[in-house]
Design a protein around this ligand. Sequence first.
Ligand code: NAD
Length: 440
Amino acid sequence: MINIKNLNSKILNKEAKVGVIGLGYVGLPLALLISNKGFKTYGFDIDDKKIKSLKEKKSYISHIPSEKIKESLNFYPTGDFSKLKICDIVIICVPTPTTETNEPDLSAVVSTSEVVKKYLHKGEVVILVSTTYPTTTRDVVKPILEKSGLKCGKDFFLAFSPEREDPGNKVYSTENIPKLVGGVDRISTEVVCLFFSQIVNKVIPVSSAEVAEASKVLENTFRAVNIALVNELKMLFDRMGIDIWEVIDAASTKPFGFMTFYPGPGWGGHCIPVDPFYLSYIAKKYDFSTKFIELAGQINIRMPEFVVEKVSEALNQRKKVLNGAKILVLGLSYKKDIGDLRESPSLRVIELLEKKGSKVDYNDPYIEQIPPLRKYKFLKRSVELNEKNLKRYDCVIIITDHSCYDYKMILENSNLIVDTRNAIRRNLPNYKNLQKVVQA
Ligand SMILES: NC(=O)c1ccc[n+]([C@@H]2O[C@H](COP(=O)([O-])OP(=O)(O)OC[C@H]3O[C@@H](n4cnc5c(N)ncnc54)[C@H](O)[C@@H]3O)[C@@H](O)[C@H]2O)c1
């Protein structure tokens, strides 16, 4: 058994060296925060381009300014994983996507655990942050680490601590979002709580790694199901001639028992469309079928088709058809004010429109060009958003309501707008002539 007092004082004196593996949307801001709190922090990634960029003090994430990297003097990005042997605390932030058949793909967690095992030493603390189904930390990561011959809870410590980061959120960031910690044993929970209490404002211990894992998937499943509910009601109310946005505003005046969710063109990002299926997967192993999750998936996945139907109807009313129509998609990222394209419904909308013969361009101030993606290979660059360009299109579709858009200019210069976010009415509440705006 290692001397836990020594480990604790290393943490309290900020002498513990930290390694963060996976420097993406979650790992990079976390590593920068830890280093700014005074811990020598090594950042590891298999993507050489990211490491090169960080060594040059350049950010590759649109909402993280390069200045932040320049200011982080305690941060050492490296592709040399052997430096893990000098790290006292190792934090795993690698991707946890799903396969094409919506099964969990834990390959990055498994291969990272293998690398951590290779350099694992007595007194080391390992923290899994990647979102996953309950039991992963104990049943997947721990056995790999124990192949080193070291014993969890005795020679090294292991916990799950989910990231609740909301990229681009101006109010909540890693530092002021309460951090859940669930260890695979009591000492692991305590030591990881002690570490995170040096980093974030509030740490909440829970009784096990499984509770921490399950709470993260509950949070995201809750969002997925509620987004599906408002999206379904949007389609119903549209048929009934009732304005869903006004309905939501009205319902939101209830001071208790109602939480506001807004409809949109579908769901997107690395979390909401993915994490619930991690839960479905493990549920099957317990002979349990998660019907809410499956249903939410069916509804949210169908939303881009609804948007395209609304575009088709709106063009039809103007004696035009989708085939040959020139269409401009505004906003590609899955949510506003960030440049993250992962699972964005905009891509499916573009695909559906192009299948119908439309000529589609896009503008997104955060995405200069669409990189080759697993599912989509669009060769498109963002077109300039100006009066002359807007007039060229038969229809403009607002998919992502970036705050920097000049909605007045968009409204005044477009021939037809299909608005999936209620952006025009919300941003121009006093504008009366909205005949060319169709809600979708
Ligand atoms: N993006 C979010 O808003 C968010 C929020 C909460 C939780 N999460 C979860 O956090 C985890 C990471 O998500 P992300 O958005 O940061 O992903 P990301 O794709 O932005 O970043 C992951 C990084 O890990 C690197 N990587 C992949 N395999 C690796 C390996 N074997 N070894 C080292 N590095 C490796 C990639 O090159 C990439 O830089 C996921 O489990 C995700 O579900 C994400």
